[in-house]
Ligand binder design. Structure first.
Ligand SMILES: [Zn+2]
Length: 421
């Protein structure tokens, strides 16, 4: 496969890229536009990118595929709070079976692939004695591995230590093959159990040699401070880059003096952060009147401090969030607005938040990126750089994985009848 006239992120020139045996074999700057009208058919192994942006695939680092497409079943979340979401989900859980999960997961994965995602980290609820969601997701991960990368987090939705047999279920999930240990300290019954759960999560990660991704301090309570316990354990056990704190929305409400002290630890620990802008702006601030908190973690400040932070969608039509469409560009748009990352410089590297930073969180940087020798996995976007793709919410026109075309889209064409002049 050969791609001509491609723009690469943060580069002024047009590029030609060559692919052999599923890997990038050459990436060369061109002298100018190559005029080759014949070159526009991926099936012919020749692609004319026509000046559009070719970039590494989108990474969805936090989604709940087991719950996707279940909003309103059997009841809708009326209050819009996280905690009612957990209640509504516990009503849906007894109805889960393998076929139901498979069907919904495949539809959701299709939606994500159609929008340029090639790497997914999904949480799978282990607060279910049958573990049917987790097992089905692990099975699908293996079955779909030629088409998409899936990491499965064993996520104790109702508590690792507060839910009956929570710890045993977690261990069963890890033995079955979950890739990542999860946690939910702010939902444990007491502060002590929350802290203990963070130590347990790190111990399990060491014992089973797995990554860590915790739903951490997903609450507006400024006293929810489990992040410091997680980061400290990660630092002491030298696991930092293998550990992720998702949400950390309480950080929005921490006072600045505490935050300043906390950032020193976060930076030293090297842990990663995931923020879910649409989910958090919807679920948080629900107990406020006015002024009403935004309830997102301090993405701008984390980013400026050189701490790795990425955006995720979290939900697609589930008990917590009844919109969502697999478009990470939408989450990025929301996130930049809510976090006030709207400077010219922010726009130049905006796609980092749904590409490279997500790849770092997933610990896949050894096989991710537009570089000679790496797997030829990329997407082609409507737009020529981060700014124009973001501003126009550019569609994904093509997604190629290890040299194989995963999806193609014809750009929409508008015909004006009255504005012509
Ligand atoms: Zn989540």
């Amino acid at each position: 496969m050969k791609i001509i006239n491609a723009r690469l992120r943060k580069q002024p020139d047009l590029y030609t890229l060559e692919v052999e045996d599923g890997l990038f074999s050459a990436i060369r700057a061109q002298q100018g536009y190559i005029d080759n009208a014949a070159a526009n058919n991926p099936a012919d192994d020749m692609i004319n990118a026509d000046g559009k942006l070719l970039c590494a695939p989108f990474v969805e680092p936090h989604i709940h595929l087991d719950a996707a497409l279940t909003a309103g079943e059997p009841n809708w979340n009326q209050s819009g709070t996280l905690f009612e979401g957990i209640e509504r989900w516990s009503e849906r859980k007894p109805m889960l079976n393998e076929q139901d999960i498979r069907q919904r997961v495949l539809k959701t994965v299709e939606l994500l692939v159609a929008n340029g995602v090639q790497h997914i980290r999904t949480h799978a609820d282990t607060s279910d004695p049958t573990l049917v969601g987790l097992k089905t997701l692990c099975d699908l991960r293996d079955e779909l591995k030629d088409r998409i990368d899936i990491q499965v987090v064993a996520f104790p939705q109702d508590g690792l230590l507060s839910f009956p047999n929570g710890l045993q279920l977690m261990e069963q999930a890890l033995e079955y093959g979950a890739d990542v240990v999860g946690g939910i300290p702010h939902f444990e019954y007491t502060r002590e159990l929350g802290e203990q759960s963070m130590k347990t999560v790190i111990e399990l990660a060491l014992r089973y040699d797995r990554l860590v991704d915790v739903h951490c301090d997903e609450i507006d309570d400024p006293n929810s401070r489990f992040l410091e316990v997680l980061a400290c354990e990660a630092l002491f056990k030298e696991l930092g880059p293998r550990v992720t704190a998702s949400h950390t929305t309480a950080m929005h409400s921490y006072d600045n003096a505490y935050c300043s002290k906390l950032f020193r630890l976060l930076k030293q620990s090297g842990i990663n952060f995931v923020s879910c802008p649409t989910e958090s702006i919807h679920l948080q601030g629900r107990f406020d009147s006015y002024p009403k908190r935004r309830g997102l973690t301090r993405v701008k400040e984390l980013n400026e401090a050189g701490i790795n932070v990425c955006f995720a969608e979290d939900s697609i039509f589930d008990p917590w969030y009844s919109l969502g469409n697999g478009k990470l560009l939408r989450s990025l748009d929301f996130g930049l607005h809510i976090c006030q990352m709207m400077g010219y410089k922010d726009f130049q590297s905006a796609l980092d938040l749904i590409t490279d930073n997500g790849a770092r969180t997933l610990n896949i940087t050894d096989r991710y990126g537009i570089e000679t020798g790496k797997p030829a996995s990329f997407i082609l976007l409507e737009g020529e750089d981060d700014y124009s793709v973001l501003r126009n919410q550019g569609e994904v026109l093509l997604s190629v994985r290890q040299g194989e075309v995963l999806m193609q889209r014809q750009p929409a064409r508008v015909v004006f009848n009255r504005l012509a002049h």
